[in-house]
Design a protein around this ligand. Structure first.
Ligand code: SF4
Ligand code: SF4
Ligand code: F3S
Length: 268
């Protein structure tokens, strides 16, 4: 996947916590430094770039001009549309204007994280800023990698697919790559045998919780959440590298209408 012509990537940040970038920083295969030094050319990323102010703006403009029609645009964070978008401005441009400007000549647009994919945390009711997804603002579908944060390997695999085949991977009707979001977490969960046998943790720290019993009665949303957390985990290898593996119920962070907004189901 290493190429002499590393594709240019412009990464925008809007209404977000930078957790998506933080998640990517902890990837191990490839590591972030290998990704940005050998595989892609990360020409604009407000957290990782050394430039600031006018120099940073110039880097973005340069990349857009030099790689017109060929660069990949990655968007982290939701876009506020209420009151003409005044709630998020960078270099005196609203997020609305920036995403439209940068998407116009991009070869591909990837919305990383639940904020960019469907509004996520910033869009939680009453959504005072009108936080919206990239697809809503652009008026067209884009590839989405939801999750809060998303699994870095789903993003990296999407980029590598684009580099290898010159096109983005197959996606479902929500723009999610099918290779990562076509199965329920519940299907491959390591606690699934306990669910089937009716063995549930009833309180954090009780005997069932300590023995790895199913977390459904603590509010786990794995049965209604499509993602691959239970099969690939986050960061390094090991069984404690995803929420349920650590003993916390899945909150459905990657599902619109499940994570953040839907109350935890009643414990029977
Ligand atoms: Fe942060 Fe979650 Fe939004 Fe990513 S999706 S920027 S981790 S709030
Ligand atoms: Fe399903 Fe959650 Fe229980 Fe795992 S912990 S088996 S995902 S309900
Ligand atoms: Fe999110 Fe649930 Fe995976 S909370 S990280 S979708 S296990």
């Amino acid at each position: 996947i290493e190429t002499s012509q590393r594709p240019s990537v412009i990464w925008l940040h809007f209404q977000e916590c930078t957790g998506c970038s933080e998640s990517l920083l902890r990837a191990e295969h490839p590591t972030l430094e290998k990704l940005i030094l050998d595989v892609i050319s990360l020409d604009y990323h407000e957290t990782l770039m050394a430039a600031a102010g006018h120099q940073a703006e110039a880097a973005r403009k340069d990349a857009m001009k030099t790689h017109k029609g060929k660069y990949v645009l990655v968007v982290e964070g939701a876009i506020p549309v209420k009151d003409n978008g005044i709630f998020c401005k960078i270099g005196d441009h609203t997020a609305i204007d920036l995403v439209k400007e940068c998407a116009a000549d991009a070869a591909a647009v990837i919305a990383i994280g639940s904020c960019a994919s469907w509004g996520g945390m910033p869009s939680t009711g009453p959504n005072p800023t009108g936080a919206s997804s990239v697809a809503e603002v652009l008026g067209k579908s884009v590839v989405t990698i939801p999750g809060c944060p998303p699994n870095p390997y789903n993003f990296l695999a999407t980029v590598v697919h684009f580099l290898t085949f010159g096109k983005l991977p197959d996606v479902d009707k929500l723009g999610r790559p099918k290779f990562a979001y076509s199965r329920l977490i519940h299907e491959n969960c390591e606690r699934r045998a306990h669910f089937d046998a009716g063995r549930f943790a009833m309180e954090f720290g009780d005997a069932g919780h300590r023995q790895g019993y199913c977390l459904y009665k603590l509010g786990c949303k794995g049965p209604e959440t499509y993602a691959n957390c239970s099969t690939i985990g986050f960061g390094d290898a090991g069984e404690n590298n995803w929420p349920v593996g650590c003993g916390h119920p899945c909150i459905g962070c990657s599902e619109k209408g499940v994570g953040f907004t839907k109350p935890i189901h009643q414990v029977a």
